[in-house]
Design a protein around this ligand. Structure first.
Ligand code: ATP
Ligand code: MG
Ligand code: MG
Ligand code: MG
Length: 473
Protein backbone atom coordinates (compact mmCIF):
# COMPACT_ATOMS: atom_id res chain seq x y z
CA UNK A 1 0.00 0.00 0.00
CA UNK A 2 1.32 3.40 -0.89
CA UNK A 3 1.09 5.56 2.21
CA UNK A 4 2.47 8.91 3.30
CA UNK A 5 4.88 9.07 6.22
CA UNK A 6 2.12 10.36 8.49
CA UNK A 7 -0.18 7.55 7.38
CA UNK A 8 2.43 4.86 8.06
CA UNK A 9 2.95 6.19 11.58
CA UNK A 10 -0.76 6.60 12.28
CA UNK A 11 -1.59 3.14 11.00
CA UNK A 12 0.84 1.57 13.44
CA UNK A 13 -0.63 3.48 16.37
CA UNK A 14 -4.22 2.76 15.29
CA UNK A 15 -3.48 -0.94 14.98
CA UNK A 16 -2.10 -1.24 18.49
CA UNK A 17 -4.84 0.96 19.86
CA UNK A 18 -7.27 -1.57 18.40
CA UNK A 19 -5.40 -4.20 20.44
CA UNK A 20 -6.02 -2.26 23.64
CA UNK A 21 -2.68 -0.48 23.84
CA UNK A 22 -2.41 2.97 25.37
CA UNK A 23 -0.62 5.33 22.98
CA UNK A 24 2.15 7.35 24.59
CA UNK A 25 3.25 10.78 23.42
CA UNK A 26 6.83 10.85 22.13
CA UNK A 27 9.27 11.66 24.94
CA UNK A 28 12.09 14.22 24.73
CA UNK A 29 15.31 13.09 23.06
CA UNK A 30 17.12 14.25 26.17
CA UNK A 31 16.85 11.43 28.73
CA UNK A 32 15.21 12.34 32.02
CA UNK A 33 16.89 10.96 35.17
CA UNK A 34 18.97 8.49 33.19
CA UNK A 35 22.74 9.04 33.40
CA UNK A 36 23.42 5.87 31.38
CA UNK A 37 22.16 7.37 28.13
CA UNK A 38 23.29 10.38 26.12
CA UNK A 39 20.17 10.30 23.94
CA UNK A 40 16.93 8.40 23.88
CA UNK A 41 17.96 5.75 21.37
CA UNK A 42 14.92 3.49 21.16
CA UNK A 43 11.28 3.25 22.14
CA UNK A 44 12.02 1.19 25.19
CA UNK A 45 14.52 3.72 26.53
CA UNK A 46 11.67 5.98 27.62
CA UNK A 47 9.67 3.24 29.34
CA UNK A 48 12.36 1.23 31.10
CA UNK A 49 10.92 2.68 34.30
CA UNK A 50 7.77 0.60 33.80
CA UNK A 51 9.69 -2.58 33.03
CA UNK A 52 11.86 -2.41 36.11
CA UNK A 53 9.01 -1.38 38.35
CA UNK A 54 10.27 2.08 39.33
CA UNK A 55 7.01 3.55 38.03
CA UNK A 56 3.49 2.30 37.56
CA UNK A 57 2.54 2.18 33.85
CA UNK A 58 -0.73 3.73 32.70
CA UNK A 59 -1.54 0.37 31.08
CA UNK A 60 0.18 -3.01 30.70
CA UNK A 61 -0.01 -2.55 26.92
CA UNK A 62 1.72 0.52 25.50
CA UNK A 63 2.64 1.79 22.04
CA UNK A 64 4.46 4.85 20.74
CA UNK A 65 6.35 6.44 17.91
CA UNK A 66 9.55 7.54 19.60
CA UNK A 67 12.11 9.90 18.09
CA UNK A 68 15.51 8.34 18.73
CA UNK A 69 19.14 9.32 18.10
CA UNK A 70 21.87 6.73 17.54
CA UNK A 71 25.38 8.10 17.30
CA UNK A 72 26.79 4.63 16.71
CA UNK A 73 25.20 4.77 13.26
CA UNK A 74 26.80 8.08 12.21
CA UNK A 75 29.26 6.46 9.87
CA UNK A 76 26.51 4.50 8.15
CA UNK A 77 24.42 7.57 7.43
CA UNK A 78 24.39 8.55 3.79
CA UNK A 79 26.26 5.40 2.81
CA UNK A 80 23.59 2.80 3.60
CA UNK A 81 20.01 3.17 2.44
CA UNK A 82 18.58 2.58 5.88
CA UNK A 83 20.46 4.31 8.70
CA UNK A 84 19.87 7.71 10.26
CA UNK A 85 21.15 9.53 13.29
CA UNK A 86 17.60 10.60 14.12
CA UNK A 87 14.87 8.11 13.34
CA UNK A 88 11.51 7.13 14.72
CA UNK A 89 10.94 3.79 16.33
CA UNK A 90 7.41 2.46 16.29
CA UNK A 91 7.11 0.49 19.50
CA UNK A 92 4.67 -1.88 21.13
CA UNK A 93 5.23 -3.08 24.66
CA UNK A 94 3.77 -5.62 27.02
CA UNK A 95 4.53 -5.14 30.68
CA UNK A 96 3.98 -8.60 32.11
CA UNK A 97 0.92 -9.00 29.91
CA UNK A 98 0.87 -10.66 26.47
CA UNK A 99 3.91 -12.57 25.25
CA UNK A 100 5.35 -14.32 22.19
CA UNK A 101 2.22 -15.54 20.50
CA UNK A 102 0.32 -12.25 20.43
CA UNK A 103 3.46 -10.25 19.63
CA UNK A 104 4.26 -12.40 16.59
CA UNK A 105 0.72 -12.89 15.35
CA UNK A 106 -0.09 -9.18 15.62
CA UNK A 107 3.13 -8.20 13.88
CA UNK A 108 2.21 -10.48 11.02
CA UNK A 109 -1.36 -9.17 10.90
CA UNK A 110 -0.26 -5.54 10.81
CA UNK A 111 2.30 -6.17 8.08
CA UNK A 112 0.25 -8.38 5.77
CA UNK A 113 -3.44 -7.73 6.35
CA UNK A 114 -5.22 -5.89 3.50
CA UNK A 115 -6.74 -3.57 6.07
CA UNK A 116 -3.33 -2.52 7.32
CA UNK A 117 0.06 -2.34 5.57
CA UNK A 118 -0.89 -5.08 3.07
CA UNK A 119 2.68 -6.16 2.37
CA UNK A 120 3.31 -9.20 0.21
CA UNK A 121 3.76 -12.03 2.75
CA UNK A 122 6.04 -13.87 0.31
CA UNK A 123 8.62 -11.11 0.74
CA UNK A 124 8.95 -11.51 4.50
CA UNK A 125 11.49 -13.68 6.34
CA UNK A 126 12.38 -13.86 10.00
CA UNK A 127 15.29 -14.72 12.22
CA UNK A 128 14.96 -16.39 15.61
CA UNK A 129 17.26 -17.53 18.41
CA UNK A 130 18.18 -21.20 17.76
CA UNK A 131 16.97 -22.41 21.15
CA UNK A 132 13.71 -20.51 21.01
CA UNK A 133 11.42 -23.44 20.14
CA UNK A 134 8.35 -21.47 21.02
CA UNK A 135 9.03 -18.64 18.60
CA UNK A 136 9.83 -21.21 15.93
CA UNK A 137 6.56 -23.03 16.56
CA UNK A 138 4.54 -19.81 16.38
CA UNK A 139 6.14 -18.66 13.13
CA UNK A 140 5.76 -22.13 11.60
CA UNK A 141 2.44 -23.42 12.91
CA UNK A 142 0.45 -20.36 13.86
CA UNK A 143 1.58 -17.92 11.18
CA UNK A 144 2.35 -20.66 8.66
CA UNK A 145 5.70 -19.31 7.49
CA UNK A 146 7.70 -21.87 5.47
CA UNK A 147 10.74 -23.34 7.28
CA UNK A 148 13.26 -21.87 4.87
CA UNK A 149 12.15 -18.36 5.79
CA UNK A 150 12.78 -18.88 9.51
CA UNK A 151 16.48 -18.48 10.03
CA UNK A 152 18.22 -19.36 13.27
CA UNK A 153 20.82 -16.86 14.39
CA UNK A 154 22.99 -17.17 17.47
CA UNK A 155 23.11 -13.36 17.84
CA UNK A 156 19.36 -13.14 18.35
CA UNK A 157 19.60 -12.84 22.08
CA UNK A 158 19.16 -9.49 23.69
CA UNK A 159 21.39 -9.09 26.72
CA UNK A 160 23.20 -6.13 28.23
CA UNK A 161 25.04 -8.35 30.71
CA UNK A 162 22.75 -7.91 33.68
CA UNK A 163 19.03 -7.90 34.38
CA UNK A 164 16.21 -8.57 31.92
CA UNK A 165 17.28 -10.38 28.77
CA UNK A 166 15.96 -12.87 26.30
CA UNK A 167 15.73 -14.10 22.75
CA UNK A 168 14.43 -11.92 19.94
CA UNK A 169 12.97 -12.37 16.51
CA UNK A 170 13.59 -9.96 13.64
CA UNK A 171 11.49 -9.46 10.53
CA UNK A 172 13.09 -8.75 7.16
CA UNK A 173 11.66 -7.66 3.84
CA UNK A 174 13.30 -8.97 0.68
CA UNK A 175 13.80 -6.00 -1.66
CA UNK A 176 15.19 -8.20 -4.42
CA UNK A 177 18.49 -8.99 -6.06
CA UNK A 178 19.01 -5.42 -7.36
CA UNK A 179 19.39 -4.25 -3.80
CA UNK A 180 21.98 -6.87 -3.02
CA UNK A 181 24.08 -5.44 -5.79
CA UNK A 182 23.91 -2.05 -4.12
CA UNK A 183 25.48 -3.39 -0.98
CA UNK A 184 29.18 -4.03 -1.30
CA UNK A 185 29.71 -4.63 2.37
CA UNK A 186 27.46 -7.56 2.93
CA UNK A 187 27.55 -11.13 1.65
CA UNK A 188 24.96 -12.59 -0.69
CA UNK A 189 23.38 -14.80 1.90
CA UNK A 190 20.52 -13.79 4.15
CA UNK A 191 21.96 -15.86 6.99
CA UNK A 192 24.32 -13.01 7.77
CA UNK A 193 21.38 -10.87 8.82
CA UNK A 194 20.31 -7.51 7.48
CA UNK A 195 21.73 -5.82 4.44
CA UNK A 196 20.27 -3.66 1.69
CA UNK A 197 18.45 -6.58 0.12
CA UNK A 198 16.98 -8.08 3.27
CA UNK A 199 15.87 -4.96 5.02
CA UNK A 200 15.46 -5.35 8.76
CA UNK A 201 12.17 -3.71 9.64
CA UNK A 202 11.13 -5.01 13.02
CA UNK A 203 12.82 -6.38 16.10
CA UNK A 204 10.74 -8.12 18.76
CA UNK A 205 12.48 -8.84 22.04
CA UNK A 206 11.07 -11.47 24.39
CA UNK A 207 12.30 -10.40 27.75
CA UNK A 208 12.00 -13.58 29.81
CA UNK A 209 15.21 -14.09 31.80
CA UNK A 210 17.04 -12.32 34.54
CA UNK A 211 20.80 -12.35 33.84
CA UNK A 212 22.37 -12.97 37.27
CA UNK A 213 25.81 -11.85 38.50
CA UNK A 214 27.10 -15.46 38.39
CA UNK A 215 26.26 -15.47 34.66
CA UNK A 216 23.29 -17.78 34.91
CA UNK A 217 19.78 -16.99 33.77
CA UNK A 218 16.61 -17.43 35.78
CA UNK A 219 13.10 -17.00 34.40
CA UNK A 220 11.57 -13.60 35.07
CA UNK A 221 8.33 -13.54 37.03
CA UNK A 222 7.02 -10.95 34.56
CA UNK A 223 7.63 -11.58 30.89
CA UNK A 224 7.78 -8.46 28.77
CA UNK A 225 7.59 -7.59 25.10
CA UNK A 226 9.77 -4.84 23.69
CA UNK A 227 9.22 -4.47 19.96
CA UNK A 228 10.58 -1.75 17.69
CA UNK A 229 9.94 -1.08 14.03
CA UNK A 230 11.82 1.45 11.93
CA UNK A 231 9.38 4.06 10.63
CA UNK A 232 11.62 5.41 7.85
CA UNK A 233 12.24 1.90 6.50
CA UNK A 234 8.53 1.13 6.45
CA UNK A 235 7.90 4.37 4.59
CA UNK A 236 10.59 3.51 2.05
CA UNK A 237 8.93 0.14 1.44
CA UNK A 238 5.48 1.62 1.24
CA UNK A 239 6.63 4.24 -1.28
CA UNK A 240 8.87 1.76 -3.10
CA UNK A 241 11.77 4.17 -2.63
CA UNK A 242 15.36 3.28 -3.48
CA UNK A 243 16.49 4.39 -0.03
CA UNK A 244 14.85 5.93 3.03
CA UNK A 245 15.86 9.29 1.60
CA UNK A 246 13.68 9.06 -1.51
CA UNK A 247 10.51 9.44 0.54
CA UNK A 248 8.22 12.29 1.52
CA UNK A 249 10.12 12.52 4.82
CA UNK A 250 13.40 13.53 3.23
CA UNK A 251 12.80 14.70 -0.33
CA UNK A 252 11.55 18.19 0.60
CA UNK A 253 14.75 18.74 2.60
CA UNK A 254 16.88 17.37 -0.22
CA UNK A 255 15.08 19.61 -2.71
CA UNK A 256 15.82 22.64 -0.58
CA UNK A 257 19.52 21.68 -0.42
CA UNK A 258 19.42 21.26 -4.16
CA UNK A 259 17.93 24.73 -4.63
CA UNK A 260 20.55 26.30 -2.35
CA UNK A 261 23.52 24.47 -3.90
CA UNK A 262 22.24 24.51 -7.45
CA UNK A 263 23.25 20.85 -7.68
CA UNK A 264 21.01 17.99 -8.73
CA UNK A 265 20.31 15.09 -6.37
CA UNK A 266 20.50 11.57 -7.80
CA UNK A 267 23.20 12.04 -10.39
CA UNK A 268 26.48 11.43 -8.68
CA UNK A 269 26.96 9.04 -5.75
CA UNK A 270 29.50 11.23 -3.93
CA UNK A 271 27.17 14.23 -4.05
CA UNK A 272 24.16 12.05 -3.17
CA UNK A 273 25.92 11.07 0.03
CA UNK A 274 26.46 14.72 0.93
CA UNK A 275 22.79 15.52 0.26
CA UNK A 276 21.72 12.61 2.45
CA UNK A 277 24.09 13.42 5.29
CA UNK A 278 22.96 17.05 5.42
CA UNK A 279 19.28 16.06 5.27
CA UNK A 280 19.83 13.52 8.02
CA UNK A 281 21.88 15.73 10.30
CA UNK A 282 19.66 18.80 10.07
CA UNK A 283 16.72 16.69 11.23
CA UNK A 284 18.68 15.41 14.22
CA UNK A 285 19.97 18.88 15.11
CA UNK A 286 16.56 20.54 14.72
CA UNK A 287 14.85 17.96 16.93
CA UNK A 288 17.60 17.89 19.53
CA UNK A 289 17.81 21.68 19.93
CA UNK A 290 14.03 21.86 20.00
CA UNK A 291 14.20 19.38 22.90
CA UNK A 292 16.62 21.64 24.74
CA UNK A 293 20.08 20.27 23.84
CA UNK A 294 22.67 22.90 22.89
CA UNK A 295 25.98 22.68 21.01
CA UNK A 296 28.98 22.51 23.33
CA UNK A 297 32.26 20.71 23.86
CA UNK A 298 31.13 17.60 25.58
CA UNK A 299 28.39 15.04 25.87
CA UNK A 300 25.27 15.75 23.89
CA UNK A 301 26.39 19.22 22.93
CA UNK A 302 29.55 17.89 21.37
CA UNK A 303 27.54 15.58 19.17
CA UNK A 304 25.36 18.46 18.03
CA UNK A 305 28.40 20.57 17.29
CA UNK A 306 29.83 17.77 15.24
CA UNK A 307 26.62 17.16 13.32
CA UNK A 308 26.42 20.85 12.44
CA UNK A 309 30.06 21.06 11.32
CA UNK A 310 29.78 17.89 9.32
CA UNK A 311 26.73 19.36 7.57
CA UNK A 312 28.63 22.56 6.78
CA UNK A 313 31.49 20.54 5.29
CA UNK A 314 29.19 18.45 3.17
CA UNK A 315 27.62 21.71 2.09
CA UNK A 316 31.10 22.83 1.00
CA UNK A 317 31.38 19.64 -1.01
CA UNK A 318 28.22 20.70 -2.82
CA UNK A 319 29.75 24.12 -3.42
CA UNK A 320 27.71 25.91 -0.74
CA UNK A 321 30.03 28.61 0.63
CA UNK A 322 27.58 30.60 2.75
CA UNK A 323 25.75 29.57 5.94
CA UNK A 324 22.62 27.72 4.87
CA UNK A 325 21.48 25.34 7.59
CA UNK A 326 18.89 27.65 9.14
CA UNK A 327 17.05 27.71 5.81
CA UNK A 328 16.48 23.98 6.16
CA UNK A 329 14.88 24.18 9.60
CA UNK A 330 11.44 25.35 8.40
CA UNK A 331 11.43 22.54 5.85
CA UNK A 332 12.12 19.95 8.56
CA UNK A 333 9.36 21.49 10.64
CA UNK A 334 6.95 21.48 7.74
CA UNK A 335 7.56 17.77 7.12
CA UNK A 336 7.53 16.69 10.77
CA UNK A 337 5.39 19.34 12.44
CA UNK A 338 2.02 17.58 12.24
CA UNK A 339 3.09 14.93 14.70
CA UNK A 340 5.80 16.85 16.56
CA UNK A 341 3.87 20.04 17.20
CA UNK A 342 6.45 21.73 19.43
CA UNK A 343 8.90 21.97 16.51
CA UNK A 344 7.12 24.95 15.01
CA UNK A 345 6.77 26.69 18.36
CA UNK A 346 10.53 26.42 18.85
CA UNK A 347 11.51 27.28 15.29
CA UNK A 348 12.95 30.75 15.95
CA UNK A 349 15.00 29.57 18.89
CA UNK A 350 16.35 26.56 16.99
CA UNK A 351 17.32 28.75 14.04
CA UNK A 352 19.13 31.17 16.32
CA UNK A 353 21.19 28.41 17.94
CA UNK A 354 22.10 26.77 14.66
CA UNK A 355 22.95 30.11 13.05
CA UNK A 356 25.36 31.04 15.84
CA UNK A 357 27.10 27.67 15.65
CA UNK A 358 27.31 27.67 11.88
CA UNK A 359 28.65 31.24 11.75
CA UNK A 360 31.37 30.40 14.24
CA UNK A 361 32.48 27.42 12.23
CA UNK A 362 32.56 29.58 9.10
CA UNK A 363 34.95 31.93 10.87
CA UNK A 364 37.31 29.04 11.55
CA UNK A 365 37.02 27.91 7.96
CA UNK A 366 37.68 31.48 6.78
CA UNK A 367 40.86 31.63 8.87
CA UNK A 368 42.00 28.42 7.22
CA UNK A 369 41.13 29.76 3.80
CA UNK A 370 43.23 32.89 4.38
CA UNK A 371 46.19 30.68 5.25
CA UNK A 372 45.58 28.53 2.21
CA UNK A 373 45.47 31.60 -0.03
CA UNK A 374 48.81 32.84 1.33
CA UNK A 375 50.27 29.43 0.78
CA UNK A 376 49.03 29.29 -2.79
CA UNK A 377 50.39 32.77 -3.58
CA UNK A 378 53.81 31.72 -2.26
CA UNK A 379 53.76 28.60 -4.41
CA UNK A 380 52.74 30.57 -7.48
CA UNK A 381 55.54 33.08 -6.95
CA UNK A 382 58.05 30.27 -6.78
CA UNK A 383 56.50 28.50 -9.72
CA UNK A 384 55.70 25.43 -7.68
CA UNK A 385 52.74 23.20 -8.47
CA UNK A 386 52.03 21.16 -5.35
CA UNK A 387 50.80 21.89 -1.86
CA UNK A 388 52.86 19.76 0.51
CA UNK A 389 51.29 17.11 2.76
CA UNK A 390 52.24 18.81 6.00
CA UNK A 391 50.47 22.06 5.05
CA UNK A 392 47.37 20.20 3.89
CA UNK A 393 47.40 18.32 7.17
CA UNK A 394 47.73 21.51 9.21
CA UNK A 395 44.67 22.90 7.44
CA UNK A 396 42.82 19.75 8.37
CA UNK A 397 44.08 19.51 11.90
CA UNK A 398 43.76 23.12 12.94
CA UNK A 399 41.11 24.60 10.66
CA UNK A 400 38.87 21.64 10.00
CA UNK A 401 39.58 21.43 6.25
CA UNK A 402 38.99 17.90 5.00
CA UNK A 403 41.54 16.86 2.41
CA UNK A 404 38.99 17.07 -0.42
CA UNK A 405 38.22 20.68 0.41
CA UNK A 406 41.88 21.70 0.23
CA UNK A 407 42.17 19.82 -3.02
CA UNK A 408 39.13 21.56 -4.43
CA UNK A 409 40.49 25.02 -3.62
CA UNK A 410 43.90 23.99 -4.98
CA UNK A 411 42.38 22.82 -8.23
CA UNK A 412 40.66 26.16 -8.71
CA UNK A 413 44.15 27.64 -8.77
CA UNK A 414 45.58 24.85 -10.96
CA UNK A 415 47.63 23.29 -8.18
CA UNK A 416 47.91 19.74 -6.88
CA UNK A 417 48.09 18.47 -3.31
CA UNK A 418 50.55 15.87 -2.08
CA UNK A 419 48.01 13.27 -1.03
CA UNK A 420 50.54 10.63 0.02
CA UNK A 421 52.24 13.18 2.26
CA UNK A 422 48.89 14.15 3.77
CA UNK A 423 48.03 10.52 4.46
CA UNK A 424 51.39 10.00 6.11
CA UNK A 425 50.76 12.87 8.51
CA UNK A 426 47.29 11.52 9.16
CA UNK A 427 48.62 8.06 9.95
CA UNK A 428 51.21 9.50 12.32
CA UNK A 429 48.43 11.41 14.06
CA UNK A 430 46.35 8.24 14.39
CA UNK A 431 49.31 6.41 15.89
CA UNK A 432 49.71 9.14 18.49
CA UNK A 433 45.99 8.92 19.19
CA UNK A 434 46.10 5.17 19.65
CA UNK A 435 49.01 5.50 22.06
CA UNK A 436 47.18 8.22 23.97
CA UNK A 437 43.99 6.22 24.12
CA UNK A 438 45.56 3.06 25.44
CA UNK A 439 47.06 4.96 28.34
CA UNK A 440 43.92 6.88 29.05
CA UNK A 441 40.76 4.80 28.85
CA UNK A 442 38.74 7.31 30.76
CA UNK A 443 36.42 8.94 28.30
CA UNK A 444 33.46 6.86 29.52
CA UNK A 445 30.27 7.56 27.61
CA UNK A 446 32.03 9.66 25.01
CA UNK A 447 34.59 7.04 24.05
CA UNK A 448 32.09 5.16 21.96
CA UNK A 449 31.34 8.19 19.92
CA UNK A 450 35.00 8.97 19.45
CA UNK A 451 35.68 5.45 18.33
CA UNK A 452 32.90 5.62 15.77
CA UNK A 453 34.19 8.85 14.41
CA UNK A 454 37.81 7.80 14.33
CA UNK A 455 37.80 6.38 10.84
CA UNK A 456 35.92 9.35 9.51
CA UNK A 457 38.34 11.26 7.36
CA UNK A 458 36.77 14.62 8.03
CA UNK A 459 36.74 15.16 11.73
CA UNK A 460 37.58 13.41 14.89
CA UNK A 461 37.27 15.34 18.09
CA UNK A 462 37.54 18.89 19.25
CA UNK A 463 38.55 20.88 22.17
CA UNK A 464 37.61 24.41 21.65
CA UNK A 465 37.88 27.83 23.17
CA UNK A 466 35.74 30.71 22.03
CA UNK A 467 37.26 31.24 18.65
CA UNK A 468 39.82 28.60 17.89
CA UNK A 469 39.17 25.01 17.05
CA UNK A 470 41.87 22.48 17.68
CA UNK A 471 41.32 18.87 16.95
CA UNK A 472 42.37 16.29 19.48
CA UNK A 473 42.52 12.56 18.93
P1 ATP B 1 20.39 -2.41 11.94
O1 ATP B 1 20.85 -3.84 12.10
O2 ATP B 1 19.73 -2.16 10.64
O3 ATP B 1 21.48 -1.43 12.29
P2 ATP B 1 19.41 -2.66 14.59
O4 ATP B 1 19.28 -4.15 14.68
O5 ATP B 1 20.62 -2.03 15.17
O6 ATP B 1 19.24 -2.20 13.04
P3 ATP B 1 17.26 -2.36 16.50
O7 ATP B 1 18.01 -1.96 17.70
O8 ATP B 1 16.77 -3.75 16.36
O9 ATP B 1 18.11 -1.95 15.19
O10 ATP B 1 16.05 -1.31 16.31
C1 ATP B 1 14.73 -1.67 15.91
C2 ATP B 1 14.42 -1.16 14.52
O11 ATP B 1 14.69 0.23 14.38
C3 ATP B 1 15.25 -1.83 13.44
O12 ATP B 1 14.70 -3.07 13.07
C4 ATP B 1 15.19 -0.80 12.32
O13 ATP B 1 14.00 -0.95 11.57
C5 ATP B 1 15.14 0.52 13.06
N1 ATP B 1 16.48 1.18 13.14
C6 ATP B 1 17.51 0.85 13.95
N2 ATP B 1 18.56 1.68 13.80
C7 ATP B 1 18.17 2.59 12.87
C8 ATP B 1 18.80 3.73 12.31
N3 ATP B 1 20.03 4.12 12.66
N4 ATP B 1 18.12 4.45 11.38
C9 ATP B 1 16.87 4.08 11.01
N5 ATP B 1 16.22 3.01 11.52
C10 ATP B 1 16.84 2.27 12.45
MG1 MG C 1 22.19 -1.05 14.23
MG1 MG D 1 20.11 -5.51 13.17
MG1 MG E 1 17.62 -5.31 15.29
Amino acid sequence: KKLTANEVRQMFLDFFESKDHTILEPASLVPVDDPTLLWINSGVATIKKYFDGTEEPPNVRLANSQKSIRTNDIENVGYTARHHTLFEMLGNFSIGDYFKEEAIVWAWELLTSKEWYAMDPEKLSVTIYPEDEEAKRIWQDVVGLPKDRIIELEENFWDIGAGPSGPNTEIFYDRGQEYNDLDENHPESFAGGENERWLEIWNIVFSQFNHLPDDTYEPLPNQNIDAGMGLERMIALSQDALTNFETDLFLPIIEKISAISDKVYGKDEVKNTSFRIIADHIRAVTFAVSDGALPSNDGRGYILRRLIRRSVLHGQKLGIREPFLTDLVPVVNEVMGDYYTSLKENEDFVKKIIKREEDRFHETLADGLAILNDLISDLEENNEKTIDGASAFKLYDTYGFPYELTEEFAQERKLAVDEAGFNQEMEAQRERARAARSTEQSMSIQSDVFKDLEEDTEFTGYTETEDTAKIIY
